[in-house]
Design a protein around this ligand. Structure first.
Ligand SMILES: Nc1ncnc2c1ncn2[C@@H]1O[C@H](COP(=O)(O)OP(=O)(O)O)[C@@H](O)[C@H]1O
Ligand SMILES: [Mg+2]
Length: 262
């Protein structure tokens, strides 16, 4: 059973540059008087699928934004592949091999599904492939197939169901050829069948060598996918462990008494 002391020591844990492929130490993000991320430290291991869980407003997306360069952290350090990348711009992070999906994303409505993915391809790939007729299109098609949009290549995003839009956002992120992919709430609004389908897409990405951090505000669908979960509330870590350990943790259960199911 977790006590306040244990929760405190959980938050005192410190990490260094080589403790994982992606490491955050004492990450802090304040908006005026509000502390959204409160001295958060964590290390993600290569080819791991880490679940990042917490009630709405816990600071999950803000943590993602600080790690991927969308926001500059107020304090703390982020290391990626051993290098200090704190405060770098998002496009620099993408170049180094980190990609993310956004909860609110906007594909180009007047372009086809495959064209949207093609336009997100890594500049290096475009450079290498330039002049080779049709190669970028074929690469984009391959990515679409990998995320389960092989039959919808020529549709416009508006014709896709919600699950298809999430796959498209995943495809656009994968097009940048990342080593580490941060996926923000991929299961929101999906049926359990769609959750399973998307989970197997994420698992196949891991099989291809990718490291994944997957956010959800509850554990539905995440349990069978992730190796390890990391639970935050009010910007601080409240638990860390296997899905089963997390599920049975009284501190976690208490954090969810507000109504969200675990
Ligand atoms: N750009 C911002 N400006 C001010 N407050 C923000 C901003 N982004 C997030 N917040 C606040 O930070 C807290 C954490 O938000 P968020 O990271 O989006 O939570 P989660 O993704 O876990 O639901 C919330 O109180 C939210 O209102
Ligand atoms: Mg969020």
């Amino acid at each position: 059973m977790s006590t306040d002391n244990e929760t405190q020591s959980l938050n005192d844990e410190q990490f260094g540059p080589n403790d994982g492929v992606l490491v955050a130490n004492n990450l802090l993000k304040q908006f005026g008087g509000l502390t959204a991320v409160d001295n958060l430290s964590f290390a993600v291991q290569e080819q791991e699928i880490l679940g990042f869980i917490g009630p709405n407003g816990a600071g999950k997306s803000t943590t993602f934004n600080c790690v991927t360069g969308t926001y500059k952290p107020t304090g703390g350090t982020v290391w990626f592949k051993g290098e200090d990348v704190t405060g770098l711009e998002p496009h620099e992070m993408v170049k180094k091999g980190m990609a993310r999906t956004f909860q609110d994303f906007a594909p180009l409505r007047d372009r086809s599904v495959v064209r949207n993915v093609e336009l997100a391809l890594a500049p290096d790939e475009l450079f290498t492939l330039s002049g080779v007729g049709g190669r970028t299109r074929r690469l984009a098609e391959e990515i679409c197939r990998r995320v389960g949009l092989g039959d919808e290549l020529d549709q416009t995003p508006g014709e896709l169901p919600h699950a298809g839009m999430l796959k498209l956002e995943l495809g656009r992120a994968i097009a940048t050829d990342p080593d580490v992919l941060l996926v923000d709430e991929p299961f929101a609004g999906l049926s359990s069948t769609e959750v399973k389908e998307l989970s197997s897409v994420l698992e196949s990405l891991r099989e291809h060598g990718m490291t994944l951090i997957v956010v959800d505000h509850n554990m539905r669908g995440l349990l069978s996918l992730i190796d390890r979960a990391f639970v935050i509330q009010f910007g601080s870590k409240i638990a860390d462990g296997t899905p089963e350990e997390i599920r049975n943790d009284p501190t976690v259960q208490e954090a969810y008494l507000g109504g969200d199911e675990i």
